[in-house]
Design a protein around this ligand. Structure first.
Ligand code: SF4
Length: 367
């Protein structure tokens, strides 16, 4: 049996395409959110915002974007950024490799492209941290190149508009979505069209309970006509979730606390945390004491449980139990530990802390 032709499956006559384009763009002009990266056509803020928006909601990104642009207002300044300053600006936004890749790419642009962002899609895709979606979004918004930016929001809108059943991450639906979006994309003004499509997905064509009454495409939408909008797009298989039980210690000594820098190629590398680990044994407190002794050569006595921090990193659901601790005499000849520092609580803001460490600092501040 021959494969279904993706273009044929979603074909629309030109007059219909023009109606959809005009309707969406008129809606966008009236309803787009005022966002700081939309105030300029400069490629640098557009690039930074697109990287921050990967896996992250617009409302979360706004304050980080403003802080980042104040700290590194130009590509050259980003290329020169110190790791700790860079991570401090990103702390709490997650997926920290995005920040490292931004700086890596900025260095490549300064070194090999005279500080200019390339206009060629192929060259853009060679830069660290830029995949097909981000590359298309940057080039269409900054340079009006007719490239479709197919993110999760856009997939949802198109799957519903054309009523495409099946897993959108796989053939043939994946090809149909790309063909559907590409034929709708105008030859000029593709950046506005891409942003309008994303905005529609983010604010109207919501994953649950889409607001079809407010949608400029409601009279064209095949899913709405059939009443199946709530179950499209179909969900692919999600990666298994790993439950992680961890314990950490807030070790106080003469009013200061011990924090350490995550080293090597560990997740959250170079971020700062309170010392601790993941444990499989049921007795967390006992495991933590032994761990601190073997790893940091610190003999501690655990006291009260300070707090329990629950959070998620990629597909790991973490429950971190935090204990107050004191050093047990006799104290070692030196309290200096490689990669760790004794700090006053008031100094915590100077370090790029992990999300868990920030929550612990909040708990300590509230004490
Ligand atoms: S009519 Fe409803 S389901 Fe269809 S595109 Fe608009 S918001 Fe989405």
């Amino acid at each position: 049996m021959s494969k279904p032709d993706a273009t044929q499956a979603v074909y629309l006559p030109p007059v219909e395409i023009r109606r959809l384009q005009t309707g969406l763009l008129a809606w966008y002009r009236q309803h787009q959110r005022q966002l700081p990266w939309r105030e300029s056509q400069d490629v640098y803020p557009i690039w930074v915002s697109e990287v921050m928006l990967q896996q992250t909601q617009v409302q979360t990104v706004v304050p980080y974007f403003l802080r980042f642009m104040a700290a590194f207002p130009t590509l050259e300044e980003l290329a020169r950024a110190d790791t700790q300053d860079l991570l401090r600006c990103w702390a709490g936004l997650g997926y920290y490799s995005r920040a490292r890749n931004l700086r890596k790419a900025a260095r490549i642009l300064v070194r090999e492209h005279g500080g200019e962002f390339p206009r060629s899609y192929r060259e853009v895709l060679r830069l660290p941290g830029i995949g097909p979606y981000t590359g298309a979004a940057i080039l269409s918004i900054a340079f009006d190149q007719p490239l479709l930016a197919l993110d999760g929001n856009v997939v949802r809108v198109l799957a519903r508009l054309f009523r495409l059943e099946g897993d959108p991450a796989r053939s043939p639906v994946k090809g149909m979505l790309a063909a559907a979006g590409q034929q709708l994309l105008p030859a000029r003004g593709s950046g506005d069209f891409n942003q309008a499509l994303m905005e529609l997905g983010a604010t109207v064509c919501l994953p649950r309970n889409p607001r079809c009454l407010l949608c400029p495409w409601s009279s064209h939408c095949e899913a709405l006509k059939s009443g199946v909008q709530d179950r499209l797009p179909e969900k692919g298989k999600r990666p298994d979730t790993h439950l992680s039980r961890q314990a950490a210690a807030v070790i106080r000594h003469r009013g200061r606390f011990l924090i350490r820098r995550r080293s090597g190629s560990r997740l959250l590398q170079d971020m700062w945390e309170f010392p601790g680990e993941e444990f499989s044994r049921p007795d967390l407190a006992d495991s933590l004491v032994k761990y601190l002794e073997s790893e940091l050569h610190l003999n501690v006595q655990l006291r009260d449980r300070l707090t329990v921090v629950k959070h998620a990193v990629t597909n790991r659901r973490i429950t971190l139990t935090v204990y107050e601790a004191r050093l047990k005499p006799p104290l070692p000849p030196t309290l200096s530990i490689p990669g760790a520092r004794w700090i006053w609580l008031s100094q915590a803001g100077r370090y790029p802390l992990t999300v868990a460490a920030s929550r612990i600092v909040q708990a300590l501040t509230a004490e």
